[in-house]
Design a protein around this ligand. Sequence first.
Ligand SMILES: [Cu+2]
Length: 203
Amino acid sequence: MAPPFNSLLWSLFVFIFLQADAHFVLQLPPSLGFNDVKEGEGPCGSFSINNRDKVTEWPVGGYPISLLTTHTKAKLTYWTALANSTDKLVDLIPQMNQMGVGDFCLPTVPGKKEWVGQDAVVQIVQEAADGSLYQCAAVKFTDGDAAAVPSSCKNSTGVQATFIVSSGTPSSTKAAPTGAASRTRTGQFGCIIAFVLWFWGAL
Ligand SMILES: [Cu+2]
């Protein structure tokens, strides 16, 4: 008389392993696309940075950025570039160190005032134990107050982040990461385990 709970746990375990490396997911703004296996391919996790199928209007007052992360520790970079020169990425907000597994929400990230009315792209890079991972969103910066923050944009217990204060003057432009990032398989196991623990509420 095997308790059904055991088989449920087992299926869950198998399911999570099949998900393999669910590194991080961009929940908001809508991502240009998510492919678990190819998330390490810059600049947009194997999706075209020029895709304009889903464009998010981003007020200067702010728009939420919501991530689901399965890494216990990561560095996050939030870039933006004009759609007609995607190789010239600039900081949307300063880089940050992020800790903890689960939902990570920045409720009101200001839009770029200088680029109001122009087509742009937001790129989020997560550097974690298993390399650099990329997600992008097509956006258009607009005038106006902050967009409403949905209840789905929240922070899981234990999730926290601090801005990385750079020394010296910040450079205005940086080259876009191109080509497939060489991603090592090391550390991947840790990220799966972290996800399993998070799923079970152990973290
Ligand atoms: Cu990972």
